[in-house]
Design a protein around this ligand. Structure first.
Ligand SMILES: [Zn+2]
Ligand SMILES: [Zn+2]
Length: 276
């Protein structure tokens, strides 16, 4: 085990320009991370598989480019920072065979399992919640997340409460998640039993009108109570300015939930780092 006392500087969720919505090259992001004193930085560019848009949308050209460019940088920078080559894989359960093939083909260090959309619907980002049946969407969301932790080859559950960024943060609709508590507890128990971790995604903390981590403390605590042992903290930066943003708050949530360490991944195995 690795003991390291400045936990704020392990960012396990960043997007480079090899994501359709990323701004900076991997090298620019690494240079910035070194300047900031980061200990580890994991690239998790998007692969979203989907029934809605047709298989393997968004990343068909970009991910192979990232796979050619990022792994050599791990070696080039190894004396200065621990670079990881990962992916944020959306909707594994929509295309399980394709998802498994992509994971195998690219040889990732780390795979975040994300649910950006549910079957038959667009990404939560694109929906107008004044016109949606929100309880139905959330029922589908938690069912698909359960299916993901039961079947998918992922390392952590990414931004569990992603949809709140848009339903509440953008469209101003408050939703009561209490009716999903049992579903969420079940998701956590199964994830914990399969060695799947939970991400504390700090991206929402810097979103105007939202200002929350995904998920917040009550769910991180519930994950711990369900036997969860692995927590990662990720900024979801899509540009250098957001690398490790709001990490102090992310670490506080992990500690308040009872976690003593966080992790990043190498070759799909967690490397634990003590939370100070
Ligand atoms: Zn995402
Ligand atoms: Zn992301």
């Amino acid at each position: 085990m690795l003991y390291f006392n400045i936990m704020n500087i392990i960012d396990t969720h960043v997007h480079s320009a090899f994501s359709f919505d990323g701004e900076h090259s991997p090298r620019e992001m690494i240079e910035k991370a070194i300047e900031m004193g980061l200990y580890a930085l994991t690239f998790t560019d998007h692969i979203d598989v989907s029934n809605y848009y047709g298989s393997h949308y968004r990343q068909s050209e970009l991910m192979p480019l990232g796979a050619a460019e990022i792994p050599p940088l791990k070696d080039e920078y190894k004396d200065r920072i621990n670079i990881g080559f990962g992916a944020e894989l959306g909707q594994f359960v929509h295309e399980p065979a394709l998802s498994r093939k992509l994971i195998a083909d690219f040889g990732f260090d780390f795979v975040i399992g994300a649910t950006h959309e549910v079957r038959g619907h667009e990404d939560f980002y694109y929906l107008d919640y004044h016109e949606q049946n929100i309880p139905e969407l959330l029922r589908l969301y938690f069912n698909e997340t359960l299916e993901m932790v039961q079947t998918a080859d992922i390392d952590v559950i990414g931004h569990l409460t992603y949809f709140l960024r848009y339903i509440t943060g953008r469209d101003g609709i408050v939703v009561d998640l209490n009716e999903y508590t049992e579903n969420i507890r079940n998701i956590f128990k199964i994830a914990a039993g399969r060695g799947i971790g939970l991400e504390i995604n700090t991206g929402g903390l810097r979103k105007q009108g939202y200002g929350k981590a995904d998920p917040g403390l009550e769910y991180v605590r519930m994950f711990k109570e369900a036997g969860g042992e692995i927590i990662t903290i990720g900024s979801d930066a899509h540009r250098i300015q957001d690398i490790a943003a709001n990490f102090k708050e992310g670490a506080e949530i992990a500690k308040a939930a009872g976690f003593k360490r966080t992790a990043y991944y190498e070759k799909r195995k967690p490397v634990f780092v003590e939370l100070e």
